[in-house]
Design a binder for this molecule. Structure first.
Ligand code: SF4
Length: 343
């Protein structure tokens, strides 16, 4: 019989567990403390619970941590880990060390429904939503867990298409009974699903990154089918009408494709549609994937594009390419693993 996993439960769910076990309500906070502050890996380590209680708990429950199956390390220090989830599917988690920070990039789904044509994960199709346990396990079971300073939901899948589990994971990361992280250390990326963006902005204080990739509807539709039903102009309206505090950051991700979305016409339209929004643009260099004709423009053209946007008053930076030698494009490594012939 599969045991229920305690790791990944929020305080209300832990209260329900204590009720089931006939324990006093305050025990839920003690269990949260063991799970998220004292970082135990077995129920037997919860030594402020009686031995009998721990034994009863272990009949139906387990902590539920899973180590990565394999890893690859880049010459630049970036590491990619493969975790097994759902039914023998693989997801990718990246560890990205920089000067004064160490970021984890987590996946929120196995595969993805959004079908962005430049994305390897999109080509996998959709295999399932990750549970809160599977999302946070990538963080807790990362060998570099104790070094982490930041977290981005930019791995496989569309986080806001798995809103309930993603929001629960954010609650555990940022609550005082959980990891107690500042929401400003966490960024959630989205293609811009309208209702979930609104809910995310209202219910969390974490940063939001919207994948833009073109300011023109027709061009964006070709790159990102989601534009047909969730227009980025409507996303911008939601953002414009939201009352932001000074701590919260809105950014737009922009993968630059040579000859496609890197012209002066794009710069002008980007400046027009983002007018009045306090935001930044992150330019991302395209990592080639098999079967794709897209190309990344050269460094000089990329810098020119960035400077032109800065000159228009939009703070723009170019994200350094990391892990190029270890299948940097998200979804490549897991696709290779999933397609391996069975021995
Ligand atoms: S870019 Fe993101 S949203 Fe688009 S298909 Fe890939 S994983 Fe899904």
């Amino acid at each position: 019989m599969n045991k229920e996993k305690l790791y990944g439960k929020n305080l209300n769910e832990l209260i329900a567990v204590t009720k089931r076990l006939g324990l006093p309500g305050f025990t839920a906070r003690q269990i949260a403390d063991w799970l998220y502050k004292k970082e135990i890996s077995s129920i037997d380590e919860m030594t402020n619970l009686s031995k009998k209680t721990r034994e009863t708990m272990a009949t139906d429950f387990e902590i539920g941590l899973t180590n990565p199956e394999s890893s690859a390390e880049s010459v630049d220090g970036t590491k990619k880990y493969l975790y097994k989830v759902l039914n023998n599917k693989y997801i990718e988690t990246a560890y990205i060390p920089e000067d004064d920070r160490a970021t984890i990039c987590v996946s929120s789904q196995s595969g993805c429904k959004m079908g962005c044509i430049f994305c390897m994960t999109g080509k996998q199709g959709f295999q399932g939503n990750l549970s809160c346990n599977e999302i946070l396990n990538q963080f807790r079971s990362l060998p570099e867990f104790r070094k982490l300073t930041n977290m981005v939901y930019m791995g496989m899948g569309e986080p806001l298409d798995n809103l309930v589990e993603v929001m629960k994971s954010l609650e555990i990361l940022t609550s005082e009974w959980g990891y107690g992280w500042s929401p400003t250390r966490i960024t959630v990326s989205t293609v811009g699903l309208l209702a979930p963006v609104k809910e995310f902005l209202e219910k969390s204080r974490c940063h939001l990154a919207v994948s833009l990739h073109s300011p023109f509807d027709e061009e964006r539709k070709k790159l990102m089918p989601v534009q047909r039903t969730n227009s980025v102009k409507d996303v911008l309206d939601i953002i414009r009408n939201f009352d932001f505090n000074s701590q919260r950051r809105i950014s737009f991700e922009y993968i630059l494709f040579e000859g496609l979305n890197d012209t002066p016409r794009h710069i002008k339209e980007l400046a027009r549609i983002l007018n009045g929004i306090k935001c930044r643009i992150n330019i991302i260099r395209f990592h080639e994937i098999p079967g794709s004709e897209f190309k990344s423009p050269g460094i000089a053209e990329t810098i020119r594009f960035k400077e032109a946007l800065n000159a228009k008053g939009i703070f723009t930076s170019v994200r350094t390419s990391r892990g190029v030698d270890i299948q940097a494009a998200c979804g490549l490594l897991s696709t290779l693993e999933q397609n391996k012939p069975v021995a």
